[in-house]
Design a protein around this ligand. Structure first.
Ligand code: AMP
Ligand code: ZN
Length: 471
């Protein structure tokens, strides 16, 4: 399988540490609000990635965190804790907010056929692990304590900008306007591992630590959770492009300082979904959620198809006109497959050949658009029976997850009319006539019809069989 690696900035052969096994980590949601459909584009494409690995024969262990503490409104170390902001907005406790939006997130994922990773870990459940890592980083001299907070010293990191391609000068001239000066930092790019001194006295969630009562920084959460479940060598780490800097850059710095070796080999990033005004956000314009598009009458899976139609490394623009097009294509596709006969044998050889073709499309840096072309070509293939087409579509759907093959509605069973015992002789005549027709004795069949007509009884032939009407 070939994948673009943000670290090397090239499409590479994917070679996991252990043959046939993939250790995969995905940054999960910050559960202070609903996910917008931009966030969900990232989760859809990560879901396709996991399923593509499986389709190509790998075993996958996938971990996702839930950020329920420590993510400030700026991705740097300034601003308010997003969870606290959500709690204030809704006049609830942070844990109530976390619980509500975590459930809402997985409900949205279910509507989009996004599989829940086997391991989902809220950050608040791993405080001891974070404290252990921060202590080790201090001991090794990669971290320092200043004015109540513990910082990571980025000048000690090996090739700090390898992932993002930034350089120190760029950062100095304000690449990120939202990174404001923190005079405790030795270097401008240093980041907080553990906060005790927050601008907010009312921080609800805090824990004892060797540095005083406080809470972890956002970046250490992902490294800690990842290593807890996947060990100190990771195959692939995923997120949206905004995660490249500073979040993933900081994860690499602290994880490699902690382990003393290279940590993660492949970095997979999904480009943003934009609306016509630019990057989608939760605070401006129409807040586009799965529920909203559902209320407007769209099937959430039409949105999934919309995402699959374009490459994950290209920015995608959302408009209702685009969603209308995807909806029309989706309805047509479902109808086409539903119209295929399910009868007969499945051609196993053809199925294996199409499996290989589809795997090839996925292996080219997860080319989902090409995968859909293989699906359309397969549906047009005259050499295949309906049953084979259905089986192949079901096989592709283990990755596409568009509910392509649905139950064909059963033919309506003929409802047997209640027959008056006095009319049973007519039923017998009808059976005699059916037998005559079967034996190609049409003369007898016609004679029976005429005999009945004479007695005022008309026979009606339908697809379900013959009924009668009395004059
Ligand atoms: P958050 O809940 O803010 O931590 O974001 C969840 C995920 O959505 C992260 O992986 C982000 O990189 C990703 N993300 C944020 N905005 C967008 C967007 N407009 N399009 C695609 N992915 C996004
Ligand atoms: Zn993360």
């Amino acid at each position: 399988m070939k994948l673009y690696n943000t670290l090397s900035k090239a499409v590479e052969d994917f070679v996991p540490n252990e043959p046939g096994k993939v250790k995969m980590y995905t940054c999960g949601p910050t559960v202070y609000h609903f996910a917008h459909i931009g966030n969900l584009r990232t989760y859809i494409m990560e879901d396709v990635l996991e399923k593509s690995f499986r389709y190509c024969g790998y075993d996958v262990t996938r971990v996702m965190n839930i950020t329920d503490v420590g993510h400030l409104t700026s991705d740097g170390d300034t601003g308010e804790d997003k969870m606290l902001k959500g709690a204030k907005r809704e006049k609830k406790t942070v844990m109530e907010i976390a619980d509500f939006y975590k459930n809402a997130f997985f409900a949205d994922c279910a509507k989009l056929n996004i599989k829940t990773p086997e391991i989902v870990q809220p950050a608040t459940g791993c405080i001891a692990e974070f404290i252990e890592m921060v202590s080790a980083l201090l001991e090794k001299g990669y971290a320092y304590f200043a004015e109540g907070n513990v910082y990571f010293d980025t000048s000690k990191a090996n090739d700090y900008y390898a992932l993002s391609g930034h350089n120190t000068e760029e950062l100095m001239v304000g690449v990120r306007d939202d990174v404001s000066e923190d005079t405790n930092k030795r270097n401008k790019s240093d980041f907080v591992l553990w906060f005790t001194k927050s601008k907010f006295d009312d921080q609800e969630l805090k824990w004892e630590s060797p540095w005083g009562i406080g809470y972890p920084g956002w970046h250490i959460e992902c490294s800690g959770i990842c290593m807890k479940y996947l060990g100190d060598r990771l195959d692939i780490h995923c997120g949206g492009v905004d995660n490249i800097f500073p979040h993933h850059t900081n994860e690499i710095a602290q994880s490699e300082a902690y382990t003393g070796h290279k940590w993660c080999n492949y970095w997979f990033h999904v480009q943003h979904l934009n609306d016509e005004r630019g990057k989608m956000s939760k605070s401006s314009g129409e807040f586009l959620t799965v529920s909203l598009i559902e209320e407007k009458g769209y099937d959430p899976l039409a949105y999934r198809l919309f995402c699959l139609q374009s490459h994950y490394r290209k920015p995608l623009t959302f408009t209702y006109a685009n969603l209308d097009n995807a909806s029309a294509s989706y309805a047509k596709l479902i109808k086409r497959i539903a119209g295929l006969s399910a009868e007969g044998e499945v051609d196993q050889e053809a199925m294996a050949a199409y499996h290989a073709k589809f795997a090839e499309a996925l292996s080219q840096d997860m080319n989902t658009a090409q995968g859909l072309t293989v699906l359309y070509d397969m549906l047009k293939d005259r050499a295949l029976s309906g049953a084979t087409k259905r089986a192949i579509a079901a096989d592709f759907d283990t990755v596409l997850s568009l509910n392509l093959v649905r139950e064909v509605p059963k033919k309506e069973e003929p409802v047997s009319p209640v027959i008056d015992p006095a009319d049973m002789w007519i039923v017998e005549k009808i059976e005699e006539r059916a037998a005559a027709k079967k034996a190609k004795n049409y003369a007898l069949a016609d004679a029976i019809r005429a005999e009945l007509l004479e007695k005022g009884i008309t026979l009606i032939d339908t697809k379900q069989g013959t009924t009668f009407k009395k004059a």
